[in-house]
Design a protein around this ligand. Sequence first.
Ligand SMILES: [Zn+2]
Length: 705
Amino acid sequence: MKWYEHPRIFYDWVLYGEDLTPEYAQWIVKKTIDIHADTLAFCVVVGGYALWNSKVTPKYEHLGEMDLMGEMARLCRENDLHFVPWWLATATGGVERVLREHPSWQLVGPSVGGKPGKRQNYICYNSPYRELVYEEVREIISNYDVDGIYFDQLPISCYCPWCKAKFERLHGRPMPVVPDEFFVYNSPAGLPGALKEFRDESVRSFCAGIRRIIDEVNPEVCYAQNWVRNVQSHLAVGYADVLLPEFYQRNDLIPLGLRHRLTKTYFDNGPIWGNVRHAVRHDARHFPLRGTKMLLVDCVANLASPLMLDLCSMDFDSTGTEELAETFDHIKSMQEVWVDAEPVKYAAMLHSYNTHRIYSDRFENAFEGMYRLLFENHIPLEIVHEAGVQRGDLEGYKVLIMPDVVSLADKTVGAIREATDNGLGVVATYMTGFADDRGGLRKQPALADLFGFEVEDTAAYDTSAGITSDPVLNLPDIDGSMFYYGSARTEHPLAEGLPEEGLFSFQGGFVICRPIEDAQVIADIHTIDQIRLSSRPYNRRGHYPGPARWPLAILREHNGARTAYFAPQAEAEWKRAHAPELDTLMVRSVLWAGGQTPLEATDCPRSVEVRLFHNREQGVFQIILVNLTTNSLVNAAGGPAVVRYVTPHKGLRLLLRTDRKVISVESQLGSAVHHKVSDGIVEIELPLLDLYDSILIRYDRSMSL
Ligand SMILES: [Zn+2]
């Protein structure tokens, strides 16, 4: 196991405007030691000046005789810390002098309406700056004892003269302009093929250049890269050793974990460093402590190693150092189990690169909506992508979830069929499998025969569809947006307990389909009563439900595999927010298709994150709990949103299913835990969950199964 697969990183940069002495270097290292991190990441440049004795870049004036990188590398080695110098491409702070001398190297946005493109606060890595950075990297890793290097930022979506010229040289025509292209290359969606290829190549060639230098000079040095994330992570496979995607919390905390996991999936499960910003601003005060402590553990729960950004804030106020040290100690003990453990497999959610490319926002909303549903119901889930599925990654999972995965490659479909032959359950929604990997519509969805339906039509998902204008008044015929009615067939076990003859509403479109053979409809979509809807002159308020007309949910058991198909586009939370019945049906269908879960949260708030790992070597299951019960996050004028409070919970109950002989159940934090073992079931009670916990369930390894 490499050190960079389980570090605890303290991340800082230089204090501006003051003379820097050897005592300063000692202070930075002391901060790292005091919070009990094991790695120091520190910037190598400031304003385009070097913080080391460089032959290629002028030295920072406040350093005097001192070589800050040399001093830090020496101190880190003395104190048993890993040392990771890092570069940043920001104009202010990072490369100011370079841009003053070479204005044409600045990152430029697309030119819109004849106006010149916006000059961004970054330098372009396709300009000759790339060669300068390469030389700087070569110097640092040749001359200093460093454990890794890191690139903060990799701005790639650029229209500077260097990018344009390079594009023309490669493609023999001018670079196409995408007026709303964002300067961070987060997604290939919406780009013309040649431009996508060019951007992809820009990422790959930069990363490949760094890889080459490391391989030449010191292959032991770890290469960590930022801003290659989500579906784009595949671009760094084979070049970077670690990705640090830099996600921040905005409205709530659930998408953070999703993005870390997605990045890891597309990085072929390589190591991820999760970024927790403890500083409000550079050189400013820090965030409320409890949020930082909880978010650091949230990284571990989501398969990443924690990195805490200080950005000089603790130079001014070191309050909380001991509390942070306590959390880093907790993380250290969690990592001792976690690092060579595996998540216990149950549900796999399929993410599709091609669906993202073609239906980006719609698919991402659907994916996040289903992720939330599983998360909140504590159903163990992992993310798989099409390339992985084609390589056999479905093995060991009990149920596959496909939220509106419109585009599916034939090879993916084949792999799914094979897995269902071996008993994998499948749950899909809406237009899953409607298109092939190039977006071409299939006659029938790829797996419709498995789910047991035939498509007749698709009702538009656009919220304005169905709203017609009154010809006399020139007003829409309903007030507000379009929705539909559904109802459950309560005689079916999966709909048991739902309101009999109850109606629930949902937004979004739906597939009009017909069940075949042995498929079973457990819920219906209703027609809209057009006569009443159109009655004049007063009804402008809503829809009247007509009779049940089309299948909403179809179950099927075929060749030992259970499948469930949901015809509505009800994955995104807001589309089914008025219909807890739909939540219930979807969750029950997942559990029906997948069978018993290895872990059940019998009494646990929906906002508590529960993750289950298994370390076979040590003979232990690990349950990591993170309490995400916070205030609605405060978006305080830029930067990460603020966690003001975390509400503790009492009396959590969990149930672990295992046939192994359990020896002990205890919290790694020393919290009180009660447990009872009977018939392959370990009942666990945690009297109090504050910010997070990690419970170890040890079993007798000598009794092999
Ligand atoms: Zn450029």
